[in-house]
Write a protein that binds this ligand. Structure first.
Ligand code: GDP
Ligand code: IMO
Ligand code: MG
Length: 428
């Protein structure tokens, strides 16, 4: 029995939803610890194909308790829609709980996110416009409104009034936009509050008790390490930490309880939104990967930038997450590639860099240094046993293991829950 954090190893969309859906079978609790509905986690299982933005990917197992932790910013409208969509597909959400400490995304957050992106114009960050930056800014500025506030209408009204007084100054004076009406937001959110109230709990104690009883807990990350506000390609990052370390704070646990940290990586790299990506392929190979893998965002539908696997960034991700395991997804996308490139270092001016630079401007100027390995002809999406993979596919996996200095414990060869090759047990 153990506590396992599952995090994105690259720039998000690595296939975390799929991996969590698989591992959740043996878990007692699955808890989301960061991000908000900027996340889009796809799960394909016998119940259908789902894109989850807030609800943990363990929701398909009735015996698994799913928790949206204090570290997540929740848009109540999105949450209620997701609950409704799931129940329309026969998926029970009775085992879902929402931390009373989780901050709420308010209408001014989404509005300000969009206004700021438009103001930046050519320098836009390419956010998902879900209000994530403004909501996490308010959390640290002590202007936020939390899920638990919805349970007390007086408290909620007072907090909303204080926040809105300030937001309306920004909206009207900085962005020349119309102010928002207190009554309208108040009534709308009271209505959401009534519907969400049954899910709201003090959730950190629930997780603590389960761990004390020796039960297995999965901490579900959102986004990916390279979007971390401290260690990612700042300022082209998100606004909450996607790293395993945030898994503790984001659900209310101490750092010593985490036994394993699994990083999900694609066999290549993708990125949505602006910011440096040294291995990006703006050519036919990049387009081929995008079309074959349907690399279009699960949240915004934007096309994802595609490129070869970046082992410099990957090593950094192993380091800052303290990874014990890797789940490698999308290996099937390389079927039919005669040669595959892996970036092992960067060239910056006359220097060869083997570590990931802190400065996005330097990373932007880095040229990838590649090594080439042989690809394979046949389709691997039906293979379930590691030893049955073509030699070249096994060699590719072991080369990545060497470059990243971390064992690859799972290999995914398609979007479906069954398309998985276990290399090592996650839960002991
Ligand atoms: P997440 O945000 O990390 O959960 O990833 P997304 O759901 O945003 O994007 C991953 C996409 O790849 C989804 O469409 C998945 O269904 C799909 N997917 C996951 N694993 C694999 C795989 O091994 N092979 C292929 N071809 N698709 C996969
Ligand atoms: P999952 O959990 C990929 C990116 C956005 C943008 C930057 C900032 O599905 O892997 P934000 O809206 O967070 O302020 O946008 O972060 N981004 C993601 N990219 N997957 C995600 O989540 C992402 N969540 C945010 O595209 O570049
Ligand atoms: Mg995604």
């Amino acid at each position: 029995m153990s506590v396992v954090a599952i995090v994105g190893g690259q720039w998000g969309d690595e296939g975390k939803g799929k991996i969590i859906d698989i591992l959740a079978e043996k878990a007692k609790i699955v808890a989301r610890f960061s991000g908000g509905d900027n996340a889009g986690h796809t799960v394909v299982n016998p119940q259908g194909e789902f894109r989850l933005h807030l609800i943990p990917s363990g929701i398909f197992y009735p015996k698994v308790t799913c928790i949206i932790g204090n570290g997540v910013a929740i848009n109540p409208a999105v949450l209620l829609q997701e609950i409704e969509d799931l129940s329309n597909h026969g998926v029970d959400t009775n085992s879902l709980f929402v931390s009373d400490r989780a901050h709420l995304i308010m209408p001014y957050h989404t509005l300000l996110d969009a206004l700021e992106e438009e103001r930046r114009s050519m320098k836009a960050l390419g956010t998902t416009r879900r209000g994530i930056g403004p909501a996490f800014s308010d959390k640290v500025a002590r202007l936020g409104i939390r899920a638990g506030d919805l349970l007390n209408k007086n408290t909620f009204r007072n907090r909303l009034s204080t926040a809105l007084d300030f937001k309306n100054i920004i909206l009207t004076k900085v962005y020349q936009a119309s102010p928002l009406a207190l009554e309208e937001i108040y009534n709308q959110y009271c209505h959401y509050g009534e519907q969400i109230a049954p899910y709201i709990q003090e959730t950190s104690s629930m997780i603590y008790k389960a761990i004390t009883k020796g039960e297995s807990v999965l901490l579900e990350g959102a986004q990916g390490a390279l979007l971390d506000p401290d260690f990612g390609t700042y300022p082209y990052v998100t606004s909450s930490s996607p790293l395993a370390g945030a898994g503790c704070v984001g659900v209310g646990l101490g750092p010593r309880v985490i036994d394993r940290v699994a990083g999900v990586f694609k066999a290549y790299n993708t990125r949505v939104g602006a910011g440096p990506m040294p291995t990006e392929l703006e050519d036919e190979t990049g387009n081929f990967i995008r079309e074959k893998a349907h690399e279009y965002g699960a949240t915004t539908g934007r096309s994802r930038r595609c490129g070869w696997f970046d082992a410099v960034a990957g090593r950094f991700s192993v380091q800052i997450n303290g990874l014990t395991d890797i789940a490698l997804t999308h290996l099937d996308i390389y079927d039919g590639f005669s040669q595959i490139k892996i970036c092992t270092a960067y060239k910056f001016d006359d220097e060869v860099l083997t570590s990931f630079p802190s400065d996005a401007d330097i990373l932007e100027k880095c040229q990838p240094i590649y090594e080439e390995v042989d690809g394979w002809e046949e389709s691997i999406s039906g293979i379930r046993n590691f030893n049955k993979l073509p030699t070249e596919a096994r060699n590719y996996v072991s080369r990545l293991e060497d470059l990243l200095s971390c064992p690859i414990s799972l290999v995914s060869v398609g979007p479906d829950r069954r398309q998985i090759i276990p290399v090592k047990e996650f839960f002991s």
